[in-house]
Ligand binder design. Structure first.
Ligand SMILES: [Zn+2]
Ligand SMILES: [Zn+2]
Length: 236
């Protein structure tokens, strides 16, 4: 079991927001989570498809990625999108609890293990459409990306990729419709000129959105696109 440790600045930020109690059980804690709750986090099994992070035997590329190669080259995911990781992500995404972002960023950083990081030139969060951004006031993927950028020292290009179409929520749509829903939804204000880019998102479900973001970044010159996501749904 991995223990999720927080940097001291993230930890004091958490204390300020959560008053020294665990976000999940309200027990006494110096960080966002107490050690028992950290221990309950649903880490994904090691054996996963390197391209889309779905569980596979011996970590081989899965049948779906072999049948139709996604535009992204690899996916690093930390948790299964289940309790209590889902509570943390929903807290950040829907309840404005921005102090959860450093914890989720730290989880990603730990998962990366410092191996992938040096091979990435910049970090790009999955963008929200301007209307959605104004409604919510922040982009949860940007908040996580900021934390990962601060931790890894990899530059954040937060404004480069934009969502040009305000698409319907992907939730509940079948895969084919999810693809159509996000088709041409993204663009870029800047060229990526052969860069290796890490795209950050909170949850990866079918991967249709991340596939479209990766295709867009490659259209704008990115040589390699990897997904760094906090949680992965088990299947779709
Ligand atoms: Zn707890
Ligand atoms: Zn796969």
């Amino acid at each position: 079991m991995k223990a999720l440790s927080l940097t001291s600045s993230a930890s004091s930020l958490a204390e300020r927001f959560f008053g020294g109690t665990c976000y999940l059980c309200r027990g006494k804690s110096t960080g966002v989570l107490c050690s028992p709750c950290s221990g309950d986090l649903p880490y994904l099994a090691r054996s996963r498809c390197p391209q889309c992070a779905l569980p596979t035997l011996h970590g081989a590329v899965c049948g779906r990625c072999l049948a139709e190669r996604p535009s992204y080259d690899a996916t690093v995911a930390v948790f299964s999108y289940s309790f209590p990781a889902d509570v943390l992500i929903q807290g950040l995404k829907f309840r404005g609890e921005l102090a959860l972002a450093p914890l989720l960023g730290e989880a990603l950083y730990t998962e990366l293990g410092g191996v992938v990081a040096p091979r990435v030139d910049c970090i790009v969060p999955v963008p929200l459409h301007d209307l959605r951004l104004r409604e919510r006031g922040y982009n949860q993927s940007m908040e996580i990306a900021r934390a990962v950028s601060a931790r890894t020292g990899i530059p954040l290009r937060g404004d480069a990729c934009i969502r040009v179409r305000n698409t319907a929520a992907q939730l509940g749509l079948p895969l084919k419709e999810r693809r159509e829903n996000v088709l041409n939804a993204f663009s870029s204000r800047q060229a990526f000129d052969g860069a290796s880019v890490a795209v950050i998102d909170d949850v990866m479900t079918t991967g249709a959105t991340l596939d479209e973001v990766a295709a867009t970044l490659k259209k704008f010159g990115a040589a390699r696109v990897v997904n760094w996501v906090v949680a992965r749904t088990p299947a779709d």
